[in-house]
Design a protein around this ligand. Structure first.
Ligand code: GTP
Ligand code: MN
Ligand code: MN
Length: 371
């Protein structure tokens, strides 16, 4: 055992947006435990507690090696009493009793299953649980009225739950790219979200679309959605992709009209040809149909840098950027703009680098925003 006096405490800056968080995590056991408690808090509508656990987990993710001794944590930011108790429990006993009992609790399990349905939030899930609905079968048998998104979410539950691979994301980029090119030849499309941060899987595929000429992006979203809805099949390099849009719901229709954002699921069959074995998944030449969640955002070029930064994530990194802007700089940051509260004016930026500079932060590239 290491003597406490010989232990050098770790140091990290307070805000996640001041840190470089790669996908490498030397403290996965601890961060998985804290993330589970965060998820439980969020599913119970205790967002404040959820954020506290997420911040604590992010600090541990940023450490250069595994924590072995509580004294290494002295002076680290964002580690509250509750998080420290969980960490101590795991370091001493290998597990945290609180985490284990949460994981096993009927309520947590039911909340996870029910909110896993596209279109079902924690409030709806909570109401169902109070009515004795704990799983998908009970929901199907209950005769509850489901909206269109929820019906589709239930129908495609297994597909949506299954992670999207990078190969699938690239294939979908091909088809969405073709759709964009055919409705607006000069428009540009970028992959954002977790895949831009270097993740190899995701719960969805996120795209940001813009047009080099301000104003020409107006009307692009509805055209794009119609194109995708018209059930298309296309060959891209060695990938055959057939897709149709399987769900849209009312609030999304509103969002399409505002030209802002669209969340949809594409039902895709991705067929890799034989000679593409090196880049496609090695053992699969053809996959069955599956539904994949896709987020589409259209941004005017003047807001593009803000949208790119805002949609690249991680969620905690974004939250911390906004907290830094507000608390340390007197500015308001969104995925549309940066506003200087003292000067009472908007600050323009045409790249992510410029936004970091305006915020007085060192530039953190996407693959180091995995807080
Ligand atoms: P996976 O999809 O699981 O790989 O993770 P991810 O990091 O890509 O997460 P997600 O797709 O949920 O979100 C990507 C980014 O989009 C994050 O930075 C979110 O904060 C942002 N985001 C998600 N939903 C919204 C929204 O409704 N509005 C805005 N402005 N941003 C959003
Ligand atoms: Mn995503
Ligand atoms: Mn998304």
């Amino acid at each position: 055992a290491v003597n406490d006096s010989e232990v050098t405490p770790f140091t990290v800056p307070s805000y996640a947006c001041q840190r470089r968080s790669t996908l490498e995590n030397h403290n996965a056991v601890l961060t998985d435990a804290l993330s589970l408690l965060a998820e439980n808090a969020e599913l119970s509508d205790e967002d404040g507690r959820g954020v506290a656990f997420r911040r604590a987990a992010a600090v541990l993710k940023a450490l250069p090696s595994a924590v072995t001794n509580m004294s290494q944590l002295t002076g680290l930011p964002c580690l509250g009493g509750h998080s420290l108790r969980v960490i101590k429990d795991i370091l001493e006993n290998g597990t945290s009793s609180e985490v284990e009992s949460t994981k096993e609790s009927e309520r947590f399990k039911a909340l996870k299953v029910l909110t896993g349905i596209f279109g079902v939030g924690s409030k709806t899930a909570d109401r169902w649980i109070r009515e004795g609905i704990h799983n998908l079968q009970q929901l199907r048998d209950s005769g509850q009225t489901l909206n269109r998104a929820q019906q589709a979410g239930l129908e495609h539950y297994d597909d949506i739950k299954q992670p999207v691979s990078l190969a699938e994301a690239e294939a979908i980029r091909g088809i969405v790219g073709r759709a964009v090119a055919s409705v607006s030849p000069e428009a540009q499309i970028v992959l954002t979200g977790g895949f831009r941060r270097g993740k190899l899987t995701g719960h969805d595929v996120d795209f940001l679309i813009t047009h080099p000429e301000e104003g020409s992006e107006v009307g692009l979203m509805p055209k794009l959605v119609s194109w995708l809805e018209s059930r298309v099949s296309c060959h891209l390099q060695n990938v055959l992709l057939i897709c149709d849009v399987i769900f849209l719901c009312a609030f999304q229709q509103e969002r399409i009209k505002r030209c802002e954002i669209k969340l949809l699921a594409l039902r895709c069959r991705i067929t890799y040809s034989e000679q593409d074995e090196t880049t496609a998944s090695p053992s699969t030449t053809e996959r069955r149909w599956r539904a994949v969640r896709v987020d589409l955002v259209v941004s005017p070029i003047s807001q593009f840098a803000f949208a790119l930064l805002g949609w690249t994530g991680s969620k905690l990194f974004e939250r911390e950027l906004r907290r830094w802007a507000g608390h340390e700089k007197g500015m308001s940051l969104s995925s549309h703009a940066l506003y200087d509260n003292k000067q009472g004016r908007y600050i323009r930026a045409s790249s992510e680098e410029e936004i970091f500079a305006h915020l007085g932060l060192e530039f953190i590239p996407p693959n180091e925003r995995n807080a």
